[in-house]
Design a protein around this ligand. Structure first.
Ligand code: FAD
Length: 309
């Protein structure tokens, strides 16, 4: 490493042979569905397992906090940004293919979930219909146990391969994974690099029907014209977060450019000029008012990054 670079991470930024794109002070607004959020001190797209290991290893050895991000469709990044390494997965993690032998779709951590849904449909494989229109990557969908009332990733994951903090790959079979509601079974320092999704031969018209119904439900009920993170809060047991927000009279509540969607109480949208702080203020207000009205503490589903706890 050259003496000019103060850290192993900065050395990787200027190493032309390194199989990753590394940028300094990259605005996270470019990498989140909300289109807001301050800079990541280091932002890297690792194209291979080797470069992913080196990046994380460098961050750990420099004492720099790090996190992995998919398409940022469930992230609220503070206006101050993230003072560490944000790592995304690139080229070698994007493949989606069907294995006859395993009767499973094998998908890389950076593959789009919609690419998996389309591959299943193309091959008349049933099981992924619930995931129609859920934005983001396969890795993010496992980390979040993404889903709808009709199913979630926990229902279809047969195994996942993760990169552990010690740089080793580990294959986790379904029976070793403890899923929660919108909560994957992984530690914060495990990166999902690949997974096996159980699908079974289905009837094309039935598959198409379920997919179209899921799409129609979404376009009818969700405000898809403005940037958002989807549902902001988890549904409390036996309740709908959106309905609680609506009954508390909070639809349309606005701070700066952030607004509780007039269409859907569990969406806080960026009307164009929102800051992360605006969104956070709306979230705090909604939590306080729902608690006041119903004694129910709404738990965020969106992952917040860079806020003081
Ligand atoms: C319009 C809209 C609609 C939505 N609808 C739904 C819905 O119906 N159901 C639903 O569940 N969600 C929904 N979401 C939320 C979001 O799409 C999902 O949570 C999605 O699975 C997140 O994927 P991502 O790649 O964008 O992850 P990110 O938002 O980038 O990250 C989410 C979390 O996953 C972690 N992560 C990402 N990649 C990896 C990896 N490879 N290994 C380990 N951890 C990783 C991150 O560290 C972070 O904690 C919606 C969002 C939007 C904007």
């Amino acid at each position: 490493m050259s003496a000019r670079h103060t850290s192993a991470l900065e050395a990787l930024c200027v190493d032309e042979g390194f199989d990753a794109d590394v940028r300094l002070d990259e605005p996270m607004a470019r990498h989140t569905a909300y289109r807001l959020g301050g800079p990541a001190r280091y932002f890297a797209c690792a194209h291979s397992l080797g470069s992913l290991k080196r990046l994380i290893g460098a961050a750990v050895s420099c004492g720099v906090p790090w996190m992995v991000v998919g398409r940022g469709s469930n992230l609220l990044v503070a206006d101050e940004g993230f003072p560490g390494l944000v790592c995304t997965l690139g080229r070698d993690f994007r493949a989606v293919r069907y294995s006859d032998e395993q009767r499973a779709i094998l998908a890389g951590g950076a593959a789009l979930l919609q690419a998996v849904v389309q591959e299943a449909f193309r091959r008349c494989l049933a099981g992924m219909e619930f995931a129609v229109d859920i934005p983001g990557t396969v890795g993010g969908s496992l980390a979040m146990n993404a889903g709808t009332a009709n199913g979630c990733m926990a229902d279809v994951v047969a195994a996942a391969t993760v990169l552990d903090a010690d740089g080793r790959l580990r294959r986790l079979p379904a029976e070793d994974m403890a899923w929660g509601y919108r909560q994957g079974p992984f530690a914060a320092d495990q990166v999902v690099v690949e997974c096996e999704l159980s699908v079974k031969q289905g009837e094309p018209f039935a598959i198409r029907g379920k997919m179209e119904a899921a799409h129609a439900r979404r376009t009818k009920t969700q405000p898809l014209g403005c940037p958002s993170c989807g549902s902001v809060f988890r549904n409390p047991e036996g309740e709908s977060a959106g309905s609680l927000v609506e009954r508390a009279g909070l639809k349309g509540y606005t701070v700066g450019g952030a607004q509780v969607s007039p269409e859907h109480g569990n969406f806080i949208v960026n009307t164009g000029t929102a800051t992360a702080s605006d969104v956070k203020c709306v979230m705090d207000h909604v939590q306080a008012k729902v608690y006041e009205a119903y004694g129910i503490q709404l738990i965020p589903e969106v992952r917040t990054v860079g806020f003081a706890s």
